[in-house]
Design a protein. Structure first.
Length: 247
């Protein structure tokens, strides 16, 4: 049963060590991501299953080992979630960024060590995303879902893609749906338009829609497009979820 979900973007720019002197420009985004993850995990029972989901071909990864960002130009290495443990040597970028965020959370909250050590790391898209959400929703064990998704990649002339005037309205619609606490509204997001705009969220929203199975309490903690890509940090929780306290 899904009890809580966190939505974070997946840019390598999240990794402060990759950004050099510009790292401070995204401090607010990092702080919001730290907050949404710690909130989801702190309010969960000890036996919760953490499931991290990013867009991509259906697959599951072992992300418990150290993660190197050397391919992005700097020798930044995120330590293993469990000392001495090895994982898959190559991870999709959203999983790498999520691992960075997990390590930040673990450094601030060592009491989350067991949750991260047992976390699942999955990529999915389309019908497979719906099937995954249905499986998580049927699971009798409590589940915390972490979704790694980017918005439109064409905000302004410095964006990775050609500027598109539809980008702002598209991302505003996604944020409104997330803030509403009604995952079903994400089903109304235009998948084809999202693809045209370079967004990735529309590929994994079906996981949240199917796993939640109904409305909850939503909040958007941060949104913006500082480098021309729409990013949002948001939370969802099942009504009464705050009754779960880790012990």
């Amino acid at each position: 049963m899904l009890i809580a979900a966190a939505v974070v973007p997946g840019p390598p720019a999240f990794v402060a060590g990759l950004m050099g002197s510009a790292a401070h420009e995204l401090d607010g985004l990092r702080e919001a991501a730290d907050q949404v993850l710690s909130r989801a995990l702190d309010s969960s029972p000890a036996a919760v299953q953490v499931v991290v989901v990013g867009p991509g071909l259906p697959g599951e990864y072992n992300a418990a080992g150290p993660v190197s960002f050397a391919s992005f130009g700097r020798a930044v290495v995120v330590p293993a979630l469990v000392e001495g443990q090895q994982g898959d040597p190559e991870l999709p970028t959203p999983m790498m960024v999520a691992r960075y965020l997990a390590s930040r959370d673990l450094a601030a909250h060592p009491e989350h060590a067991q949750l991260w050590a047992a976390a699942r790391w999955i990529t999915t898209s389309g019908p497979d995303a719906t099937a995954l959400g249905e499986r998580l929703g049927r699971d009798r064990a409590p589940v915390v879902l972490i979704l790694v998704a980017d918005g439109a990649a064409c905000h302004g002339p410095k964006a990775p893609r050609a500027q598109d005037d539809r980008a702002q309205a598209y991302d505003d619609g996604v944020c409104a749906a997330l803030a509403s606490g009604q995952p079903g509204r994400l089903d109304q997001i235009d998948v084809d338009l999202g693809d045209e705009l370079g967004a990735t969220g529309q590929r994994i929203w079906p996981v949240l829609v199917a796993a939640a199975g109904g409305d909850g309490i939503g909040e958007v903690l941060w949104s913006g497009a500082p480098y021309g890509v729409g990013w949002a940090v948001a939370s969802w929780r099942r009504p009464g979820e705050s009754a779960f306290v880790r012990g």
